[in-house]
Design a protein around this ligand. Structure first.
Ligand code: SAM
Length: 691
């Protein structure tokens, strides 16, 4: 006798359509039983006359022969987030069908069934979101079960507790995990799935996590320590927050050698900073001496060091601060990897839910091919990079071999070698940031002939045309002498460039994680030093305008200028990140006989500090240091102003009017990263225009 369903399709405010109980239900009662004969699964595909010949040639069409309703919303979501793997699978499938030819039943299959990209995407999403995994006659199987596929997911349920396949009855059975009142929604568990793989966003999905990979160079003393510090395997159905990815063998670390030790950490809402991660970072941040010291201390206390590292208490206060700093960098780098915010994503999904189905495939393809967008090319680059990460890991020893050689080899004079390596770094970072198609991309090159970016068109822009091109001589030993920040910048960029070049050369891949770490380090270098790197020429030019008053000074440039003999008064209110206090602006009036220097006055290109300083200034000479509106790549990164990050748009409107003559801007200050800045010096005659 057919089983009477205790659930029926209903609309629910919090989830949309789902299954609600038709009466009060006790725990353990069977809510729904779907016979296998009603489901679609692999044997049905093999038995279908049109599909069987293709299957026998290894062409899996299971993604298309689904007939369940729904899936359209998921399909559009997949399309919107750029489901590159799906697109690639679709292209591969088309190619296979073409190869199978008419005889093999392939060539006209898609046309005969009116299956286009949209249709494929729909089928893919339907299958992904609706198939249920079950153990049928001892074998793992995926079923499309009518009616059952209307169950929504709840992460509150224990995975594997809500449904099972009953071999005796040859049916999929769903049981109530707890009592339900009539009309209440009954959920099942889709397993320990993250939001991404569920194709939905559960606000507080307890199985959602962010993954972090940590790589340490490991030697023989550290190997047992790192391994012992790992946590125990968690009970079934609990997601492991820790995993070994690469473990060096004893041989690889024998005789003083080191090898990468890689672990994966999952940060979940309930435990965002697991003790296994803290222990790992604590041990990673120890120098050889610290390690020996801590080991002696641990031996004295009778607790092994790996156990102490897993404990709540810090091993040593200073070392803990360093550990927390490293943890913070890891998390910040991860955060920066998200191109959008949750609310922006939700807004987009909301829009998609209400959008019409996209136009037919023909017009879509045309639109895409004639309008290659930066975002889609960036998505493609990133997807390619991500899929290549495992190759990179396998090739790590080759990368290091390459690196030793790239680092040691000469590509010309010392300065040209440095410049080419630094240029490689900028190039890779720009490509990763989706800036490869920016019209001014080539301006970041020291040796344009070696740049993959086309020559930048000469634009009408005022500042741009006056910025002299970069040249390897800026990085020469002479140029960097007595300028430690420039020297640090040069060596970092060249080192990173050589390393990325080696990754690319050895594995045709880049480590996304290491690139993030580099960018993170670049930010902290900027914070510790200055947002523009001073060159000798820029400082000399500024000295010519002495006496100077610098407002919102970071300190480094002011001290370098003073050391070069400039008469400079510098005011720092210590509030650079936000707006400066009004009190400091008053200093401008008091020093009106000096040239006013504004260096990155407006954080992120916003705020009014720069304009307010200018309004208070009654002198006639102005120096602006930073990114100028027609010489930066700002707006290409999410959230950045088109006009650059140094000066508000208002200030950039006012200043050129005020600057009646500007000396040619000097070889610039530039920042570690991929944007260019400049130093604009000039005299102001009509100050009244500014007020
Ligand atoms: C197997 S179907 C479930 C039935 C689906 N709600 C329907 O109307 O056809 C899976 C899809 O349902 C939606 N879904 C499942 N669980 C959900 C939940 N807890 N909240 C919101 N949507 C959910 C997601 O769109 C998911 O891709």
């Amino acid at each position: 006798m057919a089983h009477e369903a205790l659930v029926e399709p209903l609309d629910f405010a919090e989830t949309g359509r789902g299954l609600g109980c038709v009466r009060d239900v006790a725990e353990g009662e069977e809510l729904l039983v779907v016979p296998l004969s009603d489901c679609w699964w692999a044997p049905d595909s093999s038995a279908a006359a049109e599909i069987a010949p293709l299957l026998s040639q290894g062409i899996a069409l299971s993604d298309m022969d689904v007939c369940a309703a729904g899936g359209a919303a998921e399909g559009r979501r997949l399309d919107a987030v750029g489901a590159l793997e799906v697109k690639e699978e679709w292209e591969a499938l088309q190619a296979k069908l073409r190869d199978a030819g008419e005889e093999g039943g392939g060539a006209s299959f898609l046309a005969a069934h009116s299956i286009d990209w949209d249709g494929y995407l729909w089928a893919y999403a339907t299958l992904k979101s609706r198939q249920v995994e079950a153990c049928v006659r001892g074998e793992a199987a995926k079923l499309l079960a009518p009616h059952f596929d209307l169950f929504n997911h709840s992460d509150a349920l224990v995975p594997d507790s809500s449904h099972f396949y009953d071999d005796e009855r040859a049916a999929l059975v769903c049981r109530a995990t707890h009592p339900h009142a009539k009309g209440e929604q009954a959920f099942i568990s889709y397993g320990t799935a993250r939001n991404g793989s569920l194709l939905l966003v559960l606000r507080s999905n307890r199985f959602d996590y962010v993954e972090v990979l940590l790589t340490s160079e490991c030697d023989a003393p550290r190997l047992p320590l790192y391994m012992m510090a790992a946590p125990d395997v968690p009970p079934m159905h609990e997601l492991a927050q820790f995993e070994f990815v690469t473990l060096p063998t004893d041989e690889e670390v024998a005789e003083g050698k080191t090898a990468p030790f890689v672990t994966r950490h999952r940060l979940m809402l309930a435990r965002p900073v697991p003790s296994s991660l803290v222990a790992r970072v604590r041990l990673d941040r120890m120098s050889d001496e610290e390690l020996q010291l801590q080991q002696r201390r641990a031996a004295k206390a009778g607790v092994p060091l790996w156990e102490a590292a897993r404990g709540e208490a810090p091993l040593d206060p200073l070392h803990e601060v360093i550990t927390l700093g490293a943890l913070r960098s890891v998390v910040e780098a991860k955060l920066r990897g998200y191109p959008t915010t949750v609310s922006a994503d939700e807004e987009m999904l909301e829009r998609l839910e209400h959008e019409e189905r996209p136009p037919t495939q023909g017009s879509l393809t045309d639109a895409q091919s004639t309008e290659p967008s930066v975002t889609s090319s960036r998505r493609k680059q990133l997807a390619l990079l991500l899929t290549a990460q495992s190759v990179l890991k396998q090739q790590m020893s080759r990368v290091l071999w390459f690196f030793e050689r790239v680092h040691a080899c000469s590509l010309g004079s010392e300065e040209v070698t440095l410049a080419l390596h630094a240029q490689a770094c900028t190039t890779f970072l720009m490509l990763l940031s989706g800036l490869g198609t920016h019209p001014r991309a080539c301006l970041s090159a020291y040796v344009p002939a070696a740049s993959p970016f086309p020559d930048s068109p000469q634009e009408e822009g005022e500042a741009l045309s006056r910025l002299p091109p970069l040249s390897p001589s800026l990085l020469s030993a002479d140029a960097t002498a007595e300028l430690p920040y420039l020297s640090l910048y040069t060596s970092k960029m060249a080192y990173w460039g050589a390393y990325l070049l080696s990754q690319w050369g050895a594995a045709k891949a880049l480590s996304v994680e290491e690139c993030s770490t580099m960018q993170q380090e670049a930010v902290s270098i900027r914070r510790q030093n200055a947002w523009s790197v001073s060159t000798a020429a820029a400082l000399d030019e500024m000295c010519r305008h002495s006496p100077l008053v610098e407002m919102g000074a970071g300190g480094l440039w002011a001290s370098l200028l003073a050391a070069r003999g400039a008469d400079i008064e510098a005011f720092d209110t210590l509030h650079w990140q936000e707006e400066f206090a009004d009190g400091s602006v008053a200093q401008v009036e008091a020093h009106t006989g000096r040239t006013l220097v504004l260096m990155w006055p407006d954080y992120a290109g916003r705020g009014s500090y720069g304009v307010r300083c200018l309004q208070k200034y009654h002198g006639d000479r102005l120096i602006l240091v930073g990114e100028w509106r027609d010489a930066n790549l700002g707006a290409f990164s999410a959230g950045m102003a088109e006009t650059g990050q140094s000066f508000s748009a208002e200030l950039q409107q006012l200043a050129p009017e005020a600057l009646t003559s500007r000396s040619a801007s000097q070889p610039l200050g530039y920042r570690p990263g991929h944007r260019r800045g400049g130093v604009l010096c000039g005299s102001i005659s009509a100050v009244s225009q500014v007020t």
